[in-house]
Structures are given as C-alpha cells and as structure tokens.
Write a new protein. Sequence first.
Length: 291
Amino acid sequence: MIKQLFKRNKKRKYVSIEQKKEIDVPEGIMIKCDSCKKIMYSKEVIKNNHVCYNCDYHMMMTAHDRIESVIDKGTFEELFEHITSVNPLNFPKYEEKINKDQKKTNLKEACITGVGEINGSKTAIGVMDAHFIMGSMGSAVGEKITRIIEHATANQLPFILFTASGGARMQEGILSLMQMAKTSVALKKHDEAGLLYIAYLTHPTTGGVSASFASVGDINISEPGALIGFAGRRIIEQTIGEDLPDDFQTAEFLLEHGMLDMVVHRKDMKKTLGQILELHTTNDQGGEMRC
C-alpha cells in the first residue's frame, strides 16, 4: 500500500509549448490591473466602469466608454466630428501617426464633443481620450473644444469637460500652444454669460492642458489616484533640488492643497454630475436657481 502512495502517476499528461499556444486565452478576454496586477475578465471590469474590483484602481477609459457611462442613453448628439488634424509644420511621419491612431481608437481626434443629458439635465460635453496620441492637444483638439464651449454659450448650456492628456502636441509647435489661450478665452465668455463649467480631471492630465482649461472650472473634480500636474516629477525635483512627497501630483494631494473641489469615485460620477447640474439649472416657472 505504501508503494502505491509513492507510485508515479503514469497517466499524467504534460503540455508542450506548442500545445499551450493553442489553448491560450483569446486576446481581449482578460485584462491585468496596472496597480495590483490582478488578472480579471474584461467584461467584469467594463461592468465596473473600468475600475479594478480587487484594489479599486481607476483604469483609463476611452471617450466612447466615458460618454456611455455618464450620458443618458439615446440623448448624446456628437458635434464638430468633422474637425481633424493636418500637418501645418510638415512634421515627419505625423500623418502616419494620426492615421494609425484613428484606426486603433475609432476616433478622428483626441476628443469627442457634443450635447446630451445627465439624469435629465441637458449639457454640452467634451471628452478627451488618452489613447489617441496620449490625448495631446493640437489645433484640431483646441478648435473642437472651443467650438463646443461657444455652442454651450450660445445655447445657454452648462459645459462639462473630461480631461485626459499628456499636454500640447509637439508636432504642431506654437500652433498647439496657442490653443491654451483660445480655449481659455472661450471659457471666459461662457463664464461672463453666467453659465456653469465643470472641469473633470482624469488620469493623466498634464502639461498645457492642466495649465489652461483643466484648471479653471467653476467646479474642479477628479477621480481617485489621478495624475495631475504640469511638469514631470523628476524635472521638478532636479529644479528645486529636493525630494517631493510620494503622493505629489495625485488627485488627493491637489484636493488637500485646495486645487480641487472634490475627488469622486467613478461609480458616483454620473450621480454627482446630475446633482450639480440640477442645482444650477434655472427653474422655468420661478426663474430662480434651484439651490
């Protein structure tokens, strides 16, 4: 009997490398969390608004997913979708990069703009997508954002902008940097009309975007753990000659130092925006703010 316990199981099957390749899980079914490295079913992560259900890490969302999660079904109307980038400085292989990302992301540019409703409240909205050339802001992105702000002003609508960007697009040089001023002027006119602007900063929001329209909201909101800043951490440390706190340039750090009004979990995103919009909507009967 003792011999039977230590007897090698001759029926055990060993799988070769070639056989393993044949039984690999198809691409796209599983996803790994960038924070805790847990491997999860993609469908479950999508149902959870792209938030890791193990460590609560907020993964980057596409612009399409963001709109689907926050805008009431069937109410979104895209505007200015025809605006796309050109190559004004004849930067080498810039058109190839744009075409490649257009195919990869199913986007024409690094942001989507339009109008829709959030819990019944109509609003203009812009959503940047870091999957398209890292959400960088070129002339087309700046023009789309400016036009949707002007549309909101002309139609007396609040405006919500979800930011996600690596900053200004280097391939367009000074033309890209000019978008910082152009969008800020449009927002100033929107403000002078007495209208609401909500800046919703998501991971990552850096460079020229963080230094312009992402930082001037009437209400500035972010998601847990989002990276928000202008220059990179290493550059700042080299410049000032000091080590920075571990949580420097995180949403929580900015909230603590008065740069944000609130940090909202993604599961509460639509509810929070709906409440803010409702509070700032004019009562048609009494003509007073419902605050």
